[in-house]
Ligand binder design. Sequence first.
Ligand code: PLP
Ligand code: COI
Length: 340
Amino acid sequence: MEKKNIDWGNIGFGYIQTDKRYVSFFKDGAWDEGVLTEDANVVLNECAGVLQYAQTIFEGLKAYTTEDGHIVAFRPDLNAERMESSAKRLEMPVFPKERFVDAVTKVVEANAAYVPPYGSGATLYIRPYMFGFNPVIGVKPADVYQFRILCTPVGPYFKGGVKPLTIRVSDFDRAAPHGTGNIKAGLNYAMSLHAIVTAHAEGYDENMYLDPGTRTKVEETGGANFLFVTRDGRVVTPRSDSILPSITRRSLVHVAKEYLGLEVEEREVFLEEVKDFAECGLCGTAAVISPVGKIVDHGKEICLPSGMTQMGPVTKKLYDTLTGIQMGRIEAPEGWIHVI
Ligand code: PLP
Ligand code: COI
């Protein structure tokens, strides 16, 4: 199959329209059988639930070309499960897990020409999403929904690839206690836009959000979980009910313990402790693991000993092992790699 003529090594994290996407409707209490379509536009009523009350959820995962030339997706079953909990929290219907994985497979197959080649540095980002379709004016859930999956080839999420990031502690909160921080709802991202635009304007790459209850504990950034490394080589990652349960973080915890023999602590992490860590990274599907070199807390700089020129050694090992598993260079734990 001939690949599209794209300068794979130089694309950023943006939208490039591909040939096919998947669409399924939920109506009268059931999902239809779903189709692949070439139509990239969605036409909906002016009063659609998604437009009025932001009833929309999404997922993000990637497909890769492995060293031996297969196309694979990374743990799509976990995205299906997380989307199920997002749907339940926003009173939306569940798109069944088997059908979710099957639809991911169909979309990637149909857009195989857009899956970046092995070694190009780019990947195919897959975006399943669901939204309230029919008109609602009183505050209530829609009863017609559309589930769609689009995909787009992407390069690194942060410009500059693996150059360590500078982030700041945000004065805004991302999620309320007992709110929606632990699901992947569009509303969580709408409310982060002002914080990210002002962070960028002030020269920061991202925001570190604290727990809204006490503002003493590290939560996550707008699009990734935190991983820290202590000076004696332990991996520490925040546990909180109001952060998104990152599939990358869960995978890295396994890699750290089972592949690298590292000790891992999943626990509350206080902002006060951050100055004592040796390394810091942001982990997520889009971010993979992006090293953080500096965290600015209201003018006070916390400089990680790993510095501003390269990834710290433990972060690098985690990165190399995870991407090795994803690209087929390192044997994966059972069930992690879904061959398309
Ligand atoms: N946290 C937030 C707020 C995110 O948007 C994402 C991205 O999906 C993550 C964490 C990382 O999650 P995952 O590793 O499942 O992509
Ligand atoms: C992902 O990593 O898949 C995300 O959804 C993060 C998003 C901010 C692009």
